[in-house]
Write a protein that binds this ligand. Sequence first.
Ligand SMILES: [Fe+2]
Ligand SMILES: [Fe+2]
Length: 248
Amino acid sequence: MVVVAQISDLHFNGTAAHRSRAAGVLAYLDAAHTEGHAVSGLLVTGDLVDVGLPEEYTEAAAALVTDIPTITLLGNHDDRAAYTSVRDGVASTAPVNSALRLDDLLVLGLDSSVPGRSDGYLADETLDWARAELAAAGDVDVLLSWHHPPLPIGLPRMDERRMHDAERAAALIADHPNVVGTVVGHAHTPAATMFAGRPLIVAPGVSSTLNLPFEGTGWLNATQGPGIAFHIIEDHRLTTHYRVLSTW
Ligand SMILES: [Fe+2]
Ligand SMILES: [Fe+2]
């Protein structure tokens, strides 16, 4: 059994409000990791910062300190050059794709961001990289992740900004039976559905939660705390548990 924690949409923006929500989920994760030795990896599925400024990434790097092996993906609020300049000391505009092997699981993080746009897309370069990683994985279970939901999930304003040409992602999954599911962010709401015949899990937002159309006319839900998803992968099956903090 492998446990992967997921947090998403931290939107570091220099405010104490967003810093404290991120600190709350990190403290919760570190406590679970230390006490149970159960959390094998951490996925941060994009919109790490709000505007894409280098100083926001410096703030994020100072806050996201953990012993848990971590993959960080980029979202539509991120900026590849600013992110890589802070992470690596060299600015790059190439897609930020990364892999993390955890015991019997391979986690792949694909860059679905498109510079200058709110919606998402998997570029040829990213798909080629993912296909090579999946081929090398053989029979090992694979958890896919990227930022944008690839299909409507009942949140009209975010559905407009979902991944486009999602059949490219669906084909990637269809060609690889070792994919146990896909986990995404972007929508700031814990949700679960199916995509390409496998589970498609949406992480809660750390910085905020978005309302469904029948929850009111406001864009943001004012009462929900920062959330975490815990993904358990066992016997080629994905089970997800959600936690929402009441204090942070
Ligand atoms: Fe976001
Ligand atoms: Fe987003």
